[in-house]
Design a protein around this ligand. Structure first.
Ligand SMILES: Cc1cc2nc3c(=O)[nH]c(=O)nc-3n(C[C@H](O)[C@H](O)[C@H](O)COP(=O)(O)OP(=O)(O)OC[C@H]3O[C@@H](n4cnc5c(N)ncnc54)[C@H](O)[C@@H]3O)c2cc1C
Length: 498
């Protein structure tokens, strides 16, 4: 007899959704989380009276999250108080032009028309095209396994509309933007979203241009902070008997005859189960927790070939004034050529962008309860290299924080420098130490063409029986709704095969 039917390693969105659904189906589930918080990159922590999100700052395209809660016999809206964000974002362009982008497509046409009348009008066609693509992806793209070319063919058969548009898979994010918009300023208002897949506009696949439209189908912030979403999933799981143990780091996955037997914690405790769902980085899982010796040489080669996704530095600020911002998200943007240049010529050399671009998240605009009365909480995400040329993040932490506050005050949040009460920087090293993400990777593995769908580590391991993957390292990739989709996929596969 095993101790549990299923052990889940990691309480990120992918892990808790898989665990909760399997518990609801009657399995005895244990979730082991090494940190003291549920949610991983979608968690919320407290510091001196302020609540800050450790990673994700909003959700959009929430159908797979809704789907997960339905499987738990409830609804997303019943379990989490979702606050709609409108304007969906605001942007500060490189030349300091400011623009508010509202939820409505017509309102956005009018806003963009201030930069270019023709491009403003073209936004309607861009929105119509992407609404059609999004409707197609809802037919199962994000909640169906892609373990083989057969699976992938099934996904495409269910979403034939995707096949009508080769350009989604043969062109880039920037090609799609350029097709619809000629003004470089209008392009710039939509260039930052490419980083939601951790790639520059030139490398992200055309289908991801959807991200520059999805906000117009709704952007939400969960009351209490982003951690409310995985916490609600865990709560539903616990109502069905799922156990969650925090501060429990898994050191090894026990394997015998190429089948999982359970896990070993770092204090040496052995816990047995015939099924393990891993919610951690797939490279760490296979190369460290399972061990190379259990992998076929081809699988070993394959797993080693994946690159970690981009990392980030997150500035968390508690301030004692109302910041002069006008939206939950303010994108400090740059022309896409600058973003490409950063990727090709600076990132690998350990250099920061010549001039920063990033995302200012004003969480207390949506939920004032996250800060003491009269105060506000702001998070700012800057894409960043893990290794810094000639230095490292521990040495640069204080300077980077100071420089960032000065830059933000100058560029986007006037008065900021005089009002900071609490400041913390989460560096790429911190993402690695706190969440055990190798290379500080914020999306698990890179999301370029050779690491998508069938080319991503499988949801059902081919090398090890009883081992399943959920989370950003497997299909459909990083992003809160997507990893929850991966949790649905993993639980469906466990139900089918175990
Ligand atoms: C800065 C930043 C901004 C983002 N912004 C957004 C956004 O606005 N919207 C959005 O949708 N997505 C966003 N994302 C992406 C999204 O947050 C992630 O893709 C998603 O939350 C990852 O979920 P996951 O299931 O892969 O698990 P993770 O969040 O990676 O969690 C894995 C968990 O496993 C635990 N763990 C690791 N190793 C072990 C071990 N050996 N034993 C036990 N536990 C272990 C970790 O502590 C962690 O809690 C952002 C991410 C970051 C970092």
């Amino acid at each position: 007899m095993s101790d549990y039917d299923v052990i889940v390693i990691g309480a990120g969105g992918g892990g808790v959704s898989a665990g909760a659904i399997l518990a609801r189906e009657g399995r005895k589930v244990l979730v082991l989380e090494q940190s003291d918080l549920i949610g991983g990159c979608c968690s919320t922590f407290e510091k001196e009276g302020f609540k800050f999100d450790a990673g994700a700052s909003i959700v959009e395209a929430i159908d797979s999250i809704e789907n997960a809660f339905l499987r738990l016999g409830t609804t997303f809206q019943k379990e989490v108080d979702l606050i709609p964000c409108d304007p969906v974002y605001s942007c500060v362009l490189r030349d300091d032009t400011r623009l508010k982008i509202p939820f409505s497509v017509q309102g956005t046409v009018e806003a963009l028309s201030k930069l270019s009348e023709q491009d403003g009008k073209n936004f309607s066609a861009f929105a119509e095209f992407n609404a059609e693509i999004h409707a197609e992806t809802k037919k199962g793209f994000f909640t169906s396994p892609a373990n083989s070319f057969g699976d992938f063919a099934r996904i495409l058969r269910a979403s034939p509309g995707l096949l009508k548009h080769n350009e989604l898979f043969t062109s880039s994010y920037q090609d799609i933007l350029r097709k619809y918009f000629k003004s470089s300023k209008v392009q710039e208002t939509m260039s930052f979203q490419t980083w939601y897949v951790g790639l520059p506009p030139e490398l992200a696949l055309g289908i991801f241009a959807l991200l520059a439209y999805l906000e117009h189908e709704g952007v939400w912030y969960p009351r209490g902070g982003m951690g409310s979403i995985p916490e609600a999933l865990a709560r539903c799981g616990e109502m069905n008997g799922m156990e969650v143990r925090l501060k429990s780091r898994v050191k090894k996955v026990m394997v015998h005859d190429r089948r999982v037997q359970g896990v070993v914690l770092d204090d040496g405790t052995e816990i047995t189960a015939p099924v393990v769902v891993s919610n951690i980085n797939a490279k760490t899982l296979y190369l460290e927790l399972v061990g190379e010796e259990h992998l076929h040489p081809l699988a070993r080669f394959g797993i080693k070939s994946y690159e970690p996704s981009i990392s980030a530095a997150m500035v968390c600020l508690g301030v004692d004034y109302e910041p002069p911002l006008d939206a939950h998200h303010t994108m400090i943007t740059a022309p896409y050529e600058e973003m490409n240049d950063y990727w090709w010529n600076r990132l690998d050399k350990g250099l920061l962008p010549k001039e920063q671009f990033g995302l200012v998240c004003w969480a207390t605009k949506s939920d004032p309860s996250l800060a003491p009365e009269g105060c506000h909480a702001i998070n700012v995400i800057f894409m960043a290299p893990y290794s810094l040329a000639g230095s490292d993040w521990d040495k640069e932490k204080e300077r980077f924080l100071e420089d960032s506050i000065a830059y933000l005050a100058r560029k986007a949040v006037p008065g900021l420098s005089d009002h900071v009460k609490v400041a913390e920087l989460i560096t790429p090293f911190d993402y690695e130490r706190r969440l055990l993400h190798p290379g500080g990777a914020i999306y698990g593995l890179q999301e370029d063409l050779v690491a998508q769908t069938v080319f991503r580590p499988r949801s059902k391991s081919k090398s090890i029986g009883g081992l399943y993957l959920a989370g950003a390292s497997t299909h459909p990739g990083g992003g809160v709704p997507l990893v929850i989709g991966s949790g649905i996929i993993a639980s469906d596969l466990v139900s089918k095969y175990e």
